[in-house]
Design a protein around this ligand. Structure first.
Ligand code: PAF
Length: 279
């Protein structure tokens, strides 16, 4: 695997690969890699000639400086994991090479209703930071395909809109959520849970499955209310649990399918998100 830290160097390298007609699959990450990320690398390897991963803890998408400071970082073991997964190129830039001083974020204000709710509401400015860094990455890497995990459901919608508008030549691949044996969605943040919190964390997926199994005309309202109570009882503190239209993220007020259940919950000091589609 070749490691690049300088945006101009990787850009030049990839231009030469594109000239050889090699297709490029891109997996953007913030590191602290787990099986979920590695499944994206595997998908990209199956579809593209060259797989490029990025590891960059993007400061502009954190609305909370403590969260940015304590975000898990494990570059050495990440590199080993990428090599074992067969990744060809790693882009791991310094923040000072990605942003100039005083630079303003791009705005995602006019993306639509879906950007204002849920994560958009709870983490003001977060999606502006995501759009800003993805725009930079896409210009540098110019991938044929880009891979996103569906755990960040709203981020997938944001990236799809950005690509449709500004990078129509890129194909976005949404990949399924990879879960631990007990159902917990894999996330870099899981590393912050203590043993007791980790046991409780499995309830999140159980509750999503319970809503799915009770999603009938008679039960749908009650099961959502009950689930909100369960996830707002110690040690959980609920930020949101909403059942929404799969594309607009409008809340579903009457019985409807397909829908997506989206949840964000705090467990101790760790904020976890998950989702489940009801087809
Ligand atoms: O999902 C992430 O890890 C980040 O939001 C991304 C897409 C790498 C942009 O910084």
């Amino acid at each position: 695997m070749i490691l690049f830290r300088d945006p101009n160097e990787i850009k030049e390298f990839l231009v030469s690969k594109r000239r050889q007609n090699l297709s490029i699959g891109f997996v953007p990450t913030m590191g602290a890699l787990h099986q979920g990320h590695l499944s994206l690398i595997a998908e990209a390897k199956g579809n593209c000639d060259l797989v490029v991963a990025s590891i960059f803890v993007n400061p502009t998408q954190f609305n909370n400086s403590k969260d940015l400071e304590t975000y898990p970082r494990s570059i050495e073991s990440d590199i080993l994991k990428l090599i074992s997964a067969g990744c060809d190129v790693l882009f791991h830039p310094e923040a000072s090479n990605m942003y100039f001083e005083g630079e303003k974020k791009l705005s995602s204000d006019d993306y639509g209703y879906f950007i204002e709710v849920l994560e958009g509401l709870k983490r003001p400015g977060h999606f502006d930071g995501v759009v800003t860094i993805l725009t930079k990455f896409f210009k540098i890497i110019q991938p044929n395909q880009v891979y996103f995990g569906q755990k960040d459901y709203q981020q997938c919608l944001v990236a799809e809109t950005l690509i449709k508008r500004d990078f129509p030549e890129i194909v976005l691949k949404r990949c399924r959520i990879i879960r631990e044996k007990d159902g917990l969605a894999m996330s870099s943040r899981n590393a912050r849970l203590n043993a007791e919190e980790r046991r409780f964390a499995a309830k999140i997926y159980q509750i999503l499955c319970e809503i799915k199994s009770q999603w009938t005309e008679e039960n749908f309202l009650n099961c959502v209310l009950e689930s909100r109570n369960l996830l707002n009882t110690s040690p959980f503190s609920l930020e949101y649990l909403e059942v929404c239209h799969v594309e607009t993220l409008m809340p579903v007020k009457s019985y409807f399918k397909p829908v997506v259940i989206l949840v964000a919950v705090n467990l101790g000091k760790t904020r976890l998100i998950d989702n489940l589609i009801i087809e």
